[in-house]
Structures are given as structure tokens and as C-alpha cells.
Design a protein around this ligand. Structure first.
Ligand SMILES: [Zn+2]
Length: 293
């Protein structure tokens, strides 16, 4: 069925699963279940310098302990380099990607952006960048509301394949969401910034982009985003209290006290509503701070 709901959770194994990631996993799972759809897990480990099989195992164990199990075999991006290379080749042949051997120092005056095509050659070690400086994209995000991206406003040509041979998140995520026929993406608002470039890639490949829904960020009492970068701690496996907190921050109320994990997840699947969330950051209450470290 062409219009079947297919959602996914796509963690990068650069550390154990933390509270913010569990929240994204649960939200995407509930959204898929509520719409009688398929829910998948994909391991986004294209960055071989930061990802580790140890964390992949630990993330999958934690998800399983909460009853979050992929409906199809877990897809692992590091096993798909040849596929990404074929799609990169398509872009190169259409002159939509070009080689670049600019150094970080050379781009410092552009705040790390790469705003225009350079005259690099392929006879030296080089990355491949997307020639995306034009394109206007709009979509309605049920939580973040109307979104508009004009790539000409702040041109930046993102890396598609790095100099060290690893593919970028941007290319791999678009290719895999398309090939897995993902219809709906529910993910954190930290990924909103790069959505315009992803929509550009969809347009170049002549693919239809999935519907997008970006969850509010979770912040601590100081307003700092909770991420691996600020040492968010690993969550406990299979913990009812943690799951109840996740459901609370996802806007669910009157959460049953005496339910098991699987009962809670079933209950939440019928009560989850995207409309319960707004663009406002979710600020963690004092009593929940121990969940994040
Ligand atoms: Zn360059």
C-alpha cells in the first residue's frame, strides 16, 4: 500500500541511549502504533570515527527493554556504503556535487560554512559537497508549525562524503528514508536546521519527502539542551518510572500508576496526540533531573 504509515527511530551509536533519545524513540513509536503503521529502527553509524558497535548493542538492548522493537530487521548504515556511493555518483554526474579540499582554516572566515563552489580538484584528497544554494521549501510541522527554508538566504554547501571516505548523515538519512519508504518522521527539533538541505536532496533525486514532525527539545533547568555532548547519562533499562516521565513530557496525562511497561506503552499508543506538544522547549522538572545525569 503506497500510503501506508512507516515511521522510524534512527539513533547514532556514539554513546548509550539517554533520556532525550528515549523520548524521540517513544514518540515515533507511539505515532506509528496509533496510526496502525510500521515502526523501524535504523542504526546511523556512517561516522566510523565516532560510532561504536558497543553502543549499538547497548542502545538496542535498552530499546528492547522498553518494548521498542523494530517491526523489520534493523538496518545498519555502515553496511550500505556502496549504495550511498551510487547515489553520490548520480549527483556528481548531474553536476550537483563537487570535490572540495578546503581546510577548516580556509573556511573560518565563513563561520565554518562553505557558501560557494570552490576550484578544488580530484587529484588531491577531497570531500564531496552538495551544490545547493538555491531552493525554497515549505512544510507544515504539526508541532513546530509552518516551516520555510530558502537556501539562498544563507548558502552553505554541506559535505556529502568526507575526505576520510565516510558518508555524511545528510546523504545517508535521505537515501535510507526513501529506500525504506518512510512516510512519517518524528524526531528532535535539533535536526530542524538541516531539514532544508535534506529537502533539496529529495528534490534532486525526484523523491517525495516524508511528512516531518519535530519534537521540542528537552532542556535542563539552565536551559541547556540535553545531549551526549553535555554528558547526559545513560538511562536505566526497563524502568517504569523513566517511561512514565517520558510519557509525561510527551504531553500525556493521568498516566496509570499500576501498569507494567508493556501496558503503559499500549495505553500511550491510544492516548498519544502530537497536538499535546508545542514549540516550547520541555524543561525537565527538578525531581526528574537525576534521569539525565
Ligand atoms: Zn571547498
Amino acid at each position: 500500500m503506497a500510503d501506508a504509515y512507516r515511521g522510524r527511530f534512527a539513533p547514532s551509536p556514539t554513546g548509550p541511549l539517554h533520556f532525550g533519545s528515549l523520548l524521540s524513540a517513544v514518540a515515533s513509536y507511539l505515532d506509528a502504533r496509533q496510526q496502525h503503521g510500521t515502526w523501524l529502527i535504523r542504526i546511523e553509524d556512517v561516522d566510523g570515527t565516532r560510532c561504536s558497535p558497543r553502543f549499538q548493542t547497548s542502545i538496542l538492548d535498552t530499546l528492547t527493554s522498553y518494548g521498542l522493537i523494530s517491526d523489520e530487521p534493523v538496518l545498519v548504515q555502515s553496511e550500505r556504503h556502496e549504495l550511498y556511493q551510487a547515489y553520490l555518483q548520480q549527483l556528481i554526474e548531474q553536476d550537483l556535487a563537487y570535490p572540495c579540499n578546503c581546510t577548516r582554516a580556509a573556511l573560518a572566515c565563513y563561520q565554518g560554512l562553505h557558501p560557494h563552489r570552490c576550484d578544488s580538484h580530484t587529484d588531491q584528497p577531497h570531500s564531496w559537497r552538495a551544490h545547493c544554494d538555491q531552493g525554497q521549501f515549505e512544510f507544515f510541522d504539526p508541532i513546530q508549525q509552518q516551516q520555510r527554508f530558502d537556501l539562498a538566504e544563507q548558502p552553505n554547501h554541506p559535505v556529502l562524503k568526507r575526505k576520510d571516505g565516510y558518508f555524511s548523515y545528510q546523504l545517508a538519512v535521505v537515501v535510507d528514508d526513501h529506500l525504506q519508504a518512510i512516510s512519517d518522521i518524528v524526531r528532535g527539533a535539533d535536526l530542524l536546521d538541516t531539514t532544508g538541505q535534506q529537502l533539496w536532496l529529495y528534490q534532486q533525486f525526484d523523491w517525495q519527502a516524508p511528512k516531518l514532525c519535530h519534537l521540542p527539545l528537552i532542556v535542563n533547568e539552565r536551559g541547556d539542551k540535553i545531549s551526549k555532548q553535555n554528558h547526559a547519562k545513560a538511562i536505566e533499562n526497563g524502568c517504569c518510572r523513566t517511561l512514565k516521565s517520558v510519557l509525561h513530557y510527551l504531553g500525556l496525562r493521568d498516566i496509570p500508576h499500576d501498569y507494567s511497561l508493556s501496558q503503559l506503552l499500549d495505553w500511550a499508543s491510544t492516548h498519544w496526540q502530537r497536538q499535546h506538544l508545542t514549540q516550547q522547549n520541555l524543561s525537565l522538572a527538578e525531581k526528574d533531573l537525576d534521569l539525565i545525569g
